[in-house]
Design a protein around this ligand. Structure first.
Ligand code: ZN
Length: 134
């Protein structure tokens, strides 16, 4: 069975494809180990994403992201009576309302999850400065 029979085509949004293509070109210039095909590069990114989710579950087994709404992320920490803990951007740093700091396990966990990119303030800032997928 050839590789083409094992694969499925997935449509990418045009804007996403362009950003990923630029990221691939940049990565290829900076790292010779970068996958030599665009498709392979995108697959490597998705594989890394899944591996990171597994890593996060092992590294932060008691904390779970509940959601992101507006400028606030909500996590559940089973050590704290499963209370919802709010985190939001304060002076461009993620701030934990529960611990009253920007340097706690909730902040470290939240920074590690991909969903944090949904924070509206972050999105506006990142898109304005072209940091997304740069
Ligand atoms: Zn905290």
């Amino acid at each position: 069975m050839s590789n083409s029979l094992k694969t499925k085509n997935i449509a990418l949004r045009v804007s996403l494809k362009e950003a990923l293509f630029k990221k691939w070109e940049k990565a290829a210039k900076e790292n010779p180990d970068t996958n030599s095909t665009f498709s392979g590069f995108v697959n490597d990114l998705l594989d890394q994403l899944l591996s990171k989710e597994i890593f996060n579950k092992k590294y932060f087994p008691l904390i779970q992201l509940i959601g992101v709404k507006g400028n606030t992320a909500f996590v559940k920490d089973t050590r704290n009576s499963e209370k919802l803990i709010e985190l939001y951007l304060k002076n461009d740093k993620l701030y934990c309302v529960h611990c009253r700091t920007n340097d706690c396990e909730h902040v470290r966990y939240s920074l590690a999850v991909r969903e944090l990119g949904r924070l509206q303030h972050f999105l506006r800032t990142a898109r304005a400065s072209h940091l997304v997928l740069a």
